[in-house]
Write a new protein. Structure first.
Length: 175
């Protein structure tokens, strides 16, 4: 009995052992299947979150780009408008300068004494007979009475003539 006795209980436990082993394998397989399912679920959720984050980032990027583009267009319009206004102002100043030069050139013409007489008569008519009228060194006349002064210099007359064009002067640069 010595040799067979210890083996008998082991042989008797073999089905229990096999059952426990099968149960352990089944539990391990179930745990692995549950872990795989959890991993798949977590991975799917992570992919959904990543897609949502990417879509949000793309939308924000597009909005930011649209805002930046609108700002750049506005800046370019302001710059273009400033350039156009600068060119118009330069053209207007050149016209004013040429008008004043042409008016001053009248001093050297044969009709200048008659022009001074006409300007003096006009000044006297506007300010009255007490007006002090003097010829201006740049051409034309200046008339004064106490409290009033009439500038009929050639430069002032040229400026007033140009100012009198009003909006018509814009025809110089209109297409």
């Amino acid at each position: 009995m010595t040799a067979t006795t210890p083996r008998a209980p082991a042989a008797a436990l073999a089905p229990v052992r096999a059952g426990l082993l099968a149960r352990a394998h089944a539990d391990a397989d179930a745990a692995l299947a549950e872990a795989d399912a959890d991993a798949d679920s977590a991975l799917a959720e992570a992919r959904q979150q990543a897609a949502a984050i990417l879509a949000d980032a793309r939308a924000r990027g597009e909005r930011d780009a649209a805002v930046a583009e609108a700002r750049e267009r506005a800046r370019a319009r302001r710059e273009a408008r400033s350039t156009v206004l600068g060119a118009q102002r330069a053209a207007y100043e050149e016209l004013r300068r040429r008008g004043e030069a042409a008016a001053r050139a009248l001093r050297t013409g044969p009709g200048y004494p008659a022009l001074v007489a006409s300007l003096s008569a006009r000044a006297r008519a506007e300010l009255g007979p007490a007006a002090v009228i003097r010829e201006h060194p740049d051409g034309g006349v200046v008339a004064e009475i106490p409290g009033r002064r009439l500038d009929a210099t050639l430069a002032a007359l040229a400026d007033r003539a140009l100012d009198g064009l009003g909006p018509d002067v814009q025809g110089l640069w209109a297409p």
